[in-house]
Design a protein around this ligand. Sequence first.
Ligand code: NAG
Ligand code: NAG
Ligand code: NAG
Ligand code: NAG
Length: 505
Amino acid sequence: MRGAATWTLLICLLIGLFYGDICRASPIGGEDAPLSDYQDDDYDYDGEDESTNSEGPPAEIVEEVQSEPPYFEQSDVSIEARPGDDVIINCDARNFAIKNIALWYKNATLLATGQSAINNRVEVMKNNSLRITGVTKEDADDYYCEVLPQNVRQHTALRVGAKLSILCDDRDATDRSQTFKQGDRHKLTCQTFLHTKTDIKWSFNGQRLHTSEKDAAEGVVVLDNVDEENAGVYQCLGDDGSADPPHGMVTIDVQYSPKVSTHRHHVNTIEGDTAELYCDYRASPIAISFFIKDGKTLSLSEKYSIKNSLHKEHNRTTLIIKNVEASDLGEYLCHVENAIGSNEVRIQLSYHPETPQFENSSINGNEITMHWLVRSLQPLSEAMLDYKLSMSYTWSTVSIIHTQRHDKDKGIWKITHQMELTPGLWHARIKTKNTEGWSNFSPDHDILIKDQEESTEIDDGVVPPDDLVRAGFGVGAGSKSNSACTMRMLPAVMLVGVSIAMLRL
Ligand SMILES: *[C@@H]1O[C@H](CO)[C@@H](O)[C@H](O)[C@H]1NC(C)=O
Ligand SMILES: *[C@@H]1O[C@H](CO)[C@@H](O)[C@H](O)[C@H]1NC(C)=O
Ligand SMILES: *[C@@H]1O[C@H](CO)[C@@H](O)[C@H](O)[C@H]1NC(C)=O
Ligand SMILES: *[C@@H]1O[C@H](CO)[C@@H](O)[C@H](O)[C@H]1NC(C)=O
């Protein structure tokens, strides 16, 4: 037994070379009343064993040496915390004896030896646990509890969550991207983990998002029947009144079936020419497109070629038809499909003028001047203008026959019409005729003629003179319409300068 005691002292001396002050500190710590709480059962048990046959050496030293070395049941632990939480990181060593001492490290930096903390962010508890009050992002790190003299370590990774997080359907999606499918319903929830009151503010692509009062109170944005327009960046701000409020974002991608359109539903062509049909689409994921005529998919040939181009808002597939003949006329279908679905647009190829497009207008008092554009490789022979007050059922028509010859090269015509109208909301539309036939009517164009004076005869309900009514009927197409309605409408029609000038562009 004497030999054992010497051995023990030798070990202590050796340790002392490296941990001089610790070795000295430990018996002092042992005298501390509270620390004795942690001289657990193992310690007492070992003590009993030794005391039965120990003679000379102080029990304490013998017990230390003879006891099992301390160890950790788990060498790696992780802790998740929210900013502001009080966190306790345990140093749960088994066989932790009076002679042992715990050191705390934050990554490579020493935080505490025994119960004395070097860093004032932390506090070491009597059971060696480390306590951090009100954790912040800066506290997130790797913490090590090292038990001397055996140098056994336990690693604890402390993660401190964001002050704010965005949940997408109850799963964290903060600063990530999510893909939604067209038609689905999703919920974005913004949560803050602050101990102060915050006002949750959502924005979408930089614009403030306004939601229902209930959703706003809960920090929720509900996307119902998701579609392309819901794709973008959603940002959430937890306005706590500070200069640097917590915020987060989530990028939403939406997968949808192709949206197909064309800017020319009717394409004018002329025999022997090369015609181009345009098919514009947007799709996610990527889509394929092809053209169909009379139920057959068109394949590349002498006759047909395809051009694909990328535009800002859409992708375009152009069908080029060479050497047009009568059999090429008719309806073409542009079919676009992707993994989500398919859509089509119909395009008519004909010798008739294309549907006139409203260009612009100017209003001067009661007088309006309107401009339309029409494509026709064949000369335009005639244009017809319809107009009516918005509450009227019938159109009045102005028809002009042109004898003037036009240069055919560019095939774009400008139609200008000037007329005087009484105050009110009017609609106007035109169609044009070339040597092959009539175009469709243009979409209605709305004209608002503002009241020039405080009160007019019409507003006072004064019935206009008969001759004016008859004059109106002369041009109008609504001679059979209901009298009350016609009476109010007709005096308003005062065509001053019915002039359609067809100008080449
Ligand atoms: C140490 O003490 C603290 C506070 O009393 C307690 O929360 C923690 O669980 C204890 N650790 C161990 C390993 O018992
Ligand atoms: C620990 O420190 C090293 C070196 O200083 C550093 O590279 C590493 O990122 C740190 N680990 C953490 C979790 O901060
Ligand atoms: C256009 O096509 C390209 C690939 O050819 C694709 O990456 C892009 O997303 C498409 N754009 C639209 C708006 O569909
Ligand atoms: C109408 O558009 C043309 C060009 O397309 C322009 O020269 C003209 O000034 C415009 N008129 C009005 C009233 O905006």
